[in-house]
Each structure stands twice: as structure tokens, then as C-alpha cells.
Design a protein around this ligand. Structure first.
Ligand SMILES: [Zn+2]
Length: 350
């Protein structure tokens, strides 16, 4: 009983004064050793032995139990630390720049003969800028992110509104009022955390366009107005970057790849100036079928993936027209226009 009180007092004083637990433990062990020693050396029946109470066998048993309990706790804590270490271990890239998770994620691309591991690496290394996070931008941005395009820029100065949600599927009801580029960033990083999204919450200007375009390999234009389309085209021609441009109205959409640097026409070769007021009304006035930007925006993403990986034949120098009302596609061959104010309309070779 006396020994038990002494041990309790030791612990109370030790914890109270903030002594290290190891030192308190050592003092308890010394106390136990003293009691065992007393039982071993002192003749039976002395006052000191009566004061400590118990028998030598009892005290030894207590020691064994204490060693077992402490050993078990140390073992459990070591196992826990080991488990944490194996969870926190960084995934080693299994093939080139890809982790095992990424290889699994892009497996359906990698088995495609036209993409393969090399094409997927090119997608990861690619930098694509999308102008507009609206109807066309929604599917284009989602599919570029899902495909693993490494760096995706998106520029738009608009905020998400209720009337956008009939077709702009990258945004959500809960994000009404949020700038579109940040809403798009949320959706893209939620879909694929392995890509970098760069949101630019502003309207593209003549002053900023050249420096911004210089940072990217490929430009996608999903803007909803003619002046922006002409501005994007002019900046892409100056930067020498290929431009995938899409447009939609009511039931019909079109897209093409414009690239005078490779001898193909620029957008202004085909559409030199803004149509007269009222001839090309915006979606707000003319209306647009909700799935139409889904079709054309996804086609823009598909053309971007082809352009980056080199698969198939691009829409360079062609315009694809999709008529949703009649379920028809047609393509027309485009020629550079001599005297084009933007690209000069002259083939680099002559
Ligand atoms: Zn031109």
C-alpha cells in the first residue's frame, strides 16, 4: 500500500512538473527494483517488508505484466507508423512522366494506335488556350482536361448566370454568380487533378493577346461574338499559332482549323469582316439548341487532340458544318484570300 502511494505520488509530481515521461518511467522502475531487492535481501517479517506489502512472487509478476503491456504498446505504435509511412510514400513515375494512376487513367488513349504512349506524353506536354468558357468552351475544356492536356488556359470576363445552364454544362446551379473561368477551373480540376488550369478572369484585349498567345501551342476560340473572333485570329496569326475556331447559332454549328503558318487560310481569309448589325444575331436573341455547343465544342476538343498527337487528318484548310436539325455534316475546302488584311493571303512558299 505504501509503495503504491509512493508510485502515485511520483507520477503526480512528475506529470505536474512536466518531467519527461521516460524519466517518470525510470523512477517507477527504480522503485520496483528497490522493493524486489528488499524482498530478496531482508529477512522475512521485518517492518520494512510489511510496509511494502505483498510477496516477492507478487512483485515479480507485476514487473512481468508491466514489461508485456509496454512491449505490446511499442509494437502497436511501430506498426501504425509503418502503415502511415507506406500510405504517405510518393507514387513513383512508372513510365516517363506518368504515375501508375495516370497510366491507368489514360489507358484507353494509350491503346489507340494513333495516340499511344508517345501521343499521351505530347498531350501532357501541350499548352492549350481556350477563349470563352461558355457553350463551346464547356465541353472543350472538360474534354481537354479529361484527355490530360497538361496546361490549359481559359480566358473569359463573364459570370455564370441561370440562363447559361441550358447548355454550358461545365458550370452548375450552385456556382451562379461565380466568374466563369473559376467555375470552369473547379470542374476541370475535379475531373482531372493531374492537369494545370490557368484561369484569366478578364476580356481578351488587343494589347494582351500577343504575349498571352505566345505562352501556348494551340488556341481554341469558343467566343460568342465576331469582334473577339477577329481579334483572336489576328493574334494567332501574329504568334504563328494554329487556331481552332468554332461558332454556333440556333441549330447549326461550324468549326475549322486556321493556320497560315502552314499555308492554310486564316479566319479572316474566309470571314473578312463583321456581318452587318442584325445579320448574325447573338444566341440571346436567336436562340440555340442546348446540345449543339456540346457537339461542336467536343469536336473542337477532338481536333485539338488530333493536332497535338498528329493523329489522322486535321481540319486545316477545311470548314466542317454540322446541321443538327437535319442531322447532317458537310465539309468545304477553304482557300487563302489574296490580299487578306490579316495574313497577307500569300502562301509562304510563293
Ligand atoms: Zn488570311
Amino acid at each position: 500500500m505504501t509503495v503504491l502511494l509512493a508510485a502515485l505520488a511520483l507520477m503526480a509530481v512528475g506529470y505536474g512538473t512536466g518531467l519527461p515521461r521516460r524519466l517518470i518511467g525510470l523512477m517507477l522502475v527504480l522503485l520496483w527494483l528497490a522493493v524486489v531487492l528488499a524482498h530478496l535481501v531482508l529477512p522475512e517479517g521485518t517492518g520494512l517488508l510489511r510496509a511494502t506489502g505483498g510477496t516477492l512472487r507478487g512483485w515479480l509478476a507485476l514487473g512481468v505484466v508491466a514489461v508485456l503491456v509496454l512491449g505490446y504498446r511499442a509494437g502497436v505504435s511501430r506498426l501504425r507508423k509503418g502503415a502511415l509511412r507506406s500510405v504517405a510514400a510518393p507514387a513513383q513515375p512508372a513510365s516517363g512522366p506518368f504515375s501508375d494512376t495516370e497510366l491507368d487513367r489514360y489507358a484507353r488513349h494509350i491503346v489507340l494506335r494513333e495516340v499511344g504512349g508517345a501521343g499521351q506524353r505530347r498531350l501532357k506536354g501541350a499548352r492549350v488556350l481556350v477563349v470563352g468558357a461558355g457553350g463551346l468552351g464547356s465541353p472543350a475544356l472538360l474534354y481537354l482536361a479529361a484527355a490530360g492536356v497538361g496546361t490549359i488556359g481559359v480566358i473569359d470576363d463573364d459570370t455564370v448566370s441561370n440562363s447559361n445552364l441550358q447548355r454550358q454544362v461545365i458550370h452548375t446551379d450552385a456556382r451562379i454568380g461565380m466568374p466563369k473561368v473559376f467555375s470552369a477551373e473547379v470542374a476541370m480540376t475535379a475531373l482531372n487533378p493531374f492537369v494545370t488550369v490557368r484561369p484569366y478572369n478578364r476580356r481578351l484585349t488587343v494589347e494582351e493577346a500577343p504575349a498571352l498567345f505566345a505562352d501556348y501551342d494551340l488556341i481554341l476560340d469558343g467566343s460568342d461574338n465576331f469582334p473577339t473572333r477577329l481579334l483572336v485570329n489576328a493574334a494567332a496569326v501574329v504568334a504563328g499559332k494554329p487556331l481552332i475556331s468554332g461558332a454556333i447559332a440556333q441549330w447549326e454549328g461550324q468549326l475549322g482549323l486556321f493556320d497560315p503558318a502552314s499555308g492554310a487560310p486564316c479566319y479572316a481569309c474566309i470571314f473578312p469582316e463583321a456581318p452587318a448589325e442584325g445579320l448574325a444575331p447573338a444566341c440571346a436573341e436567336a436562340g440555340v439548341m442546348g446540345a449543339l455547343p456540346g457537339v461542336v465544342g467536343a469536336m473542337m476538343a477532338a481536333e485539338a487532340i488530333k493536332e497535338i498527337t498528329g493523329a489522322g487528318q486535321s481540319l486545316r484548310g477545311r470548314l466542317l458544318i454540322y446541321d443538327a436539325l437535319w442531322g447532317e455534316n458537310r465539309t468545304m475546302v477553304l482557300k487563302r484570300r489574296v490580299g487578306c488584311a490579316v495574313c497577307g493571303g500569300v502562301h509562304p512558299a510563293g
